[in-house]
Design a protein around this ligand. Sequence first.
Ligand code: NCD
Length: 317
Amino acid sequence: MFFTKRPKLESIVDANQLNPELLSRLFSDADKIRRTEAHRPGKNRKLLKGKVMATLFYEPSTRTRFSFESAMLKLGGSVISSENAGEFSSAAKGEKLEDTIRVVSSYADCIIIRHREDGAAAVAAAVSNVPVINGGDGKSQHPTQAMLDMYTIKTELGRLDNFRITMVGDLAYGRTVKSLALLLAQRKGIELLLVAPDSLRMDRGTVSYLRSKSVKVTEDADFEGALKKSDIIYMTRLQKERMAKDEYDASKSLYIIDEGRLSLVSPSARIMHPLPHVEEIDLPISVEKEDKRVAYFRQAENGLYVRMALLIELLRK
Ligand code: NCD
């Protein structure tokens, strides 16, 4: 039987709670789950029978909410959900987040929350009676995205140490890059190149933290040079909804991967993206389907298996 005799996990609001030992266990569970889903899906359907997961999303989501919900259903559990919690939960009547969470935590065995405010998941975790998972809070963190990003790097490159990764785009308001940076800082031999418009550079605190953990960081790297020499190219969308219109207009269309740029990328390198992608990826669908270097749809699928592993870790008896 999978998943026995392990210390119980609490809420996850910060990527640093996902230490290398836990990740390595979740990744090997995710590998098993993927195989079982392919060959004996019925076996997974019993693991969380009778458990209830609540998803409270105050910001739009496709992958995070659907993959968590699908993960729970595929494990035999049930889901209660508010996809537009700002409008459809009692927040619209002026209820405080703390009160909503206190109540929902008496109906569910875990809560996945996405919120526009930095720090909202920590506020929720502090009052909840059940584990809270941060599905993205403002420009702050998105720990389970970072978890699936690391799993993807492992499955695509075959290693989690000694590689060169370039992060491109909105490194200021993007929460996925911040959480991923924290997990990279736990590894050895990481070289991180940052390519961002001037006003969207990664915050000083994260950059100095990475350096203090021996990540070799190069800021303002040359985009095309970085494409040629990276093992992983992590593209991001400009977080239009978190910035002023003129800030967005000044920065959009600066760093785009099209077929010309793709030709610079080594055959063994991989392009990742948390998705949704907009103008920063300009590749025909046929290339996205057939070119092995395009890893972002596999990355999104991986979210399902690692989230299944995480739910089992959180909710098993
Ligand atoms: C990201 C997010 O919400 O932070 N999406 C996701 O969860 N895969 C990235 C984004 O919205 O740009």
